[in-house]
Design a protein around this ligand. Structure first.
Ligand code: URP
Ligand code: ZN
Ligand code: ZN
Ligand code: ZN
Length: 465
């Protein structure tokens, strides 16, 4: 039968405004938004949101669930990963597919990942394609990936095993531009890192802090600037910079935006809140990831970028490993430690607390960077990212009065630590609604494996952003 829910007494927030309105959900979709809604089915369930913000559910466009990074497999699959996301106020994720067997075609990984997610995901999901090599077949298949499969973004790497060289990057940018896809890039200068890394290892400098020293921020900034220029050369191909960690890279992005170039950027809570001093702790391996945490001076520059719109989205790069079983060896030798940290559950509360409650950003801006812009850039709007009638009823209720000490024992991922242990946050997502169903409430997971659906995304259109 039909199911309906009416949310009353809350403060509705979207990317444009706040308003005291009621919101009616019927059969998983937002049916009405109005000052007073009187026309609803008799068996409608009423949720009293007094004192709460009612916002579009979070969209985390950068996760790595169930990923095999060669030396290890990450510990969150699409069940524990999306469960954790849901408990943190996120209602949709876009996962970065890992590399497939050498030479595989684009559809191969999509099939593998659809298998990973089906029957497991508790909230909606999609995937970014991954370009691990360029040949005629890959170039040809990009069109069907976008227009038949609904995969309208692809990532390429400028470092790691399957990095693209400049020729490959240019070819990818050109073709992805033609087929209406957004090119996302992991920008780091591979040659500079390889040289530094081998010098450090040769000198026996392998403790966790040398991981950061082996890939200084100039490695990232150089690759950002290079990709911006290659994108311009590729007939102004749209470009999305993932996990921006530093102010110099941000300056290049800002310059490109000033020149009206089609460039967007993402940062992550870890780069806004944590710094490279953590690598000197005895558990420094917990924070090993790429790009690494940066000197403290960079944090404020990134916040500035969030505030002035040079940074468009905040995602997590959730790539969780067990500290005790998989990462601990990185304390002595960063070169044998799988890269990545958990974070999908803490993104929304950390940003709400450090952004909204601390007065750095408005609630509207919070919605913009966590849901609205992600939806626009990745072909989900207006199905998601807003509170419009007809949109999916993906909603998060935030209580700004709740003070919480983050502790891993209260989180829902499958890792054994959080980088934010004992951080205090002001405000907490007290209810998460996915397609009209309450999937998390007051820290308790209420969702169902397999309830999440694969979302067919729209082609990229820069005129609609
Ligand atoms: O260290 C990280 N970030 N691991 C995940 C893969 C990536 O580079 O995004
Ligand atoms: Zn990356
Ligand atoms: Zn990543
Ligand atoms: Zn703990």
């Amino acid at each position: 039968g039909s199911k309906s829910t009416l949310i009353i007494n809350g403060t509705l927030v979207d990317a444009q405004k706040q308003s005291q309105q009621q919101l009616l959900i019927i059969d998983g979709k937002i049916a009405a938004v109005d000052k007073v809604i009187t026309d609803y089915p008799v068996d409608t369930e009423v949720i009293d949101a007094s004192g709460l913000y009612v916002m579009p559910g979070g969209i985390d466009v950068h996760t790595h669930f169930n990923i095999d990074v060669g030396i290890a497999r990450s510990v969150d699959d699409f069940y524990t990963g999306t469960r954790s996301a849901a408990c943190g106020g996120t209602t949709m994720i876009i996962d970065h597919m890992g590399f497939g067997p050498k030479g595989c075609d684009l559809f191969h990984q999509l099939k593998v990942y659809k298998g990973f997610a089906k029957d497991k995901a508790v909230i909606d999901y999609s995937f970014h394609g991954v370009i691990q090599h360029i040949n005629d077949e890959v170039i040809e298949d990009m069109h069907a990936m976008v227009h038949r499969e609904g995969i309208s973004s692809f990532k390429l790497y400028l470092t790691y095993n399957y990095k693209l060289d400049d020729t490959g990057a240019l070819q990818a940018l050109n073709r992805l531009n033609q087929v209406q896809a957004l090119t996302a890039v992991h920008p780091e200068n591979d040659a500079a890192i390889a040289l530094k890394r081998s010098q450090l290892i040769k000198a026996g400098k392998t403790s966790a802090k040398y991981h950061a020293i082996s890939r200084p921020l100039e490695c990232e900034a150089e690759a950002i600037a290079r990709m911006i220029n290659l994108a311009k050369l590729a007939d102004d191909a749209p470009l999305y910079i993932v996990h921006l960690s530093n102010g110099l890279g941000l300056d290049y992005i800002r310059l490109a935006k000033q020149n009206q170039q089609a460039v967007w950027s993402e940062t992550c809570p870890q780069y806004l809140l944590l710094d490279d001093k953590l690598y000197e702790n005895e558990d420094g391996a917990k924070y090993l990831m790429s790009p690494p945490l940066r000197p403290k001076a960079e944090l404020e520059k990134l916040w500035q970028g969030v505030e002035d719109g040079s940074i468009d989205t905040v995602a997590t790069d959730h790539c969780a490993f067990s500290y005790k079983e998989q990462k601990v060896s990185g304390n002595d030798d960063f070169s044998v430690c799988p890269n990545g940290m958990p974070g999908v559950e803490t993104r929304m509360p950390l940003l709400f607390s450090e952004g909204v409650m601390s007065g750095r950003i408005t609630p509207e801006k919070f919605v913009e960077i966590t849901s609205f812009k992600p939806a626009k850039l990745f072909g989900l709007y207006p199905q998601k990212g807003c509170l419009l009638p007809g949109s999916d009823a993906d909603i998060v209720l935030f209580n700004p009065e709740l003070k919480v000490h983050i502790s891993h024992e209260n989180l829902h991922d499958n890792s054994d630590y959080t980088p934010y242990e004992s951080h205090q946050v002001n405000g907490w997502p007290v209810m998460t609604i996915s397609r009209g169903e309450v999937v998390a409430c007051n820290g308790e997971f209420l969702g169902k494996a397999g309830a999440g659906q694969f979302v067919h995304r729209l082609p990229f259109d820069k005129n609609k952003i």
